[in-house]
Design a protein around this ligand. Structure first.
Ligand code: SF4
Length: 232
């Protein structure tokens, strides 16, 4: 990162974050970190996790801290940005990707959005700048009535757009669900991430978890609408 860039980040750019995951193999090509932002301006029918829709400035984390987190993950090939709505915090995400690539230029970037690509292309300057830094975009909101067994997305209205040549080969592979990733932390915590191939996955999992006497946390660290994930 340039000295000037580091000073700008140190000056206080912040990103409202719902949750992060260090390594994930079901939300984009290869092994990736995932960052779910907090807050979305849309209210789509079928959004499965209302808890991440409110904007929460108090959940803001310094962009410089997130740059350090990503650049220290030496075994990932990129980062996936989900939410919430990443393009509602486009300027901070542009700073994040620039900061990361100043140190790790090889890392790829993928993002989800409830907005369609043509809308984003007519959007704010920061939204266009974020598009210019992405290799892949999955656009459109999740619509429960259109749920389908698809790779990296939950409903058939959502589309994968290659915004660079990097993943054209992967996009030619079969378009079926990448599955769900389950993780158990050293502290005994349990988490899941991914896009379920069948509708109602989250509800059924929560029902079974509750039946065993556990509680699923659904605050800022909980499941998210574009791409599922949760923690116990
Ligand atoms: S589906 Fe996505 S775009 Fe729609 S309200 Fe939920 S988070 Fe926002």
């Amino acid at each position: 990162m340039s000295e000037q860039g580091a000073e700008q980040l140190a000056a206080g750019a912040r990103l409202s974050v719902a949750r992060t995951l260090n390594r994930c193999t079901v939300l984009g090509p290869g092994r990736r970190a995932v960052l779910w932002v907090q807050g979305c301006p849309l209210r789509c029918k079928g959004c499965v996790a209302a808890e991440t829709l409110p904007f929460a400035p108090e959940a803001g984390r310094p962009v410089a801290e997130l740059v350090d987190w990503l650049t220290e993950l030496t075994d990932i090939e990129g980062v996936t940005l989900s939410g919430g709505e990443p393009f509602a915090q486009a300027a901070a995400l542009v700073e994040l990707l620039d900061g990361v690539r100043a140190v790790r230029p090889e890392l790829s970037a993928m993002a989800y959005s409830g907005f369609r690509l043509p809308v984003l292309r007519r959007g704010t300057g920061a939204q266009r700048e974020l598009l210019a830094r992405l290799d892949l975009l999955v656009d459109g909101p999740y619509v429960a009535a259109l749920h389908a067994d698809l790779r990296w997305r939950g409903s058939s209205n959502q589309r994968i757009h290659p915004l660079s040549p990097r993943y054209l080969k992967e996009l030619a592979e079969p378009d079926t669900s990448a599955g769900i990733q389950l993780s158990v932390g050293l502290d005994g915590s349990f988490s899941w991430a991914g896009v379920p191939a069948v509708p109602g996955f989250r509800e059924e999992m929560e029902r079974r978890i509750a039946a065993e006497g556990f509680a699923l946390h659904t605050e800022a660290g909980g499941p998210v609408p574009h791409t599922g994930g949760g923690e116990l």
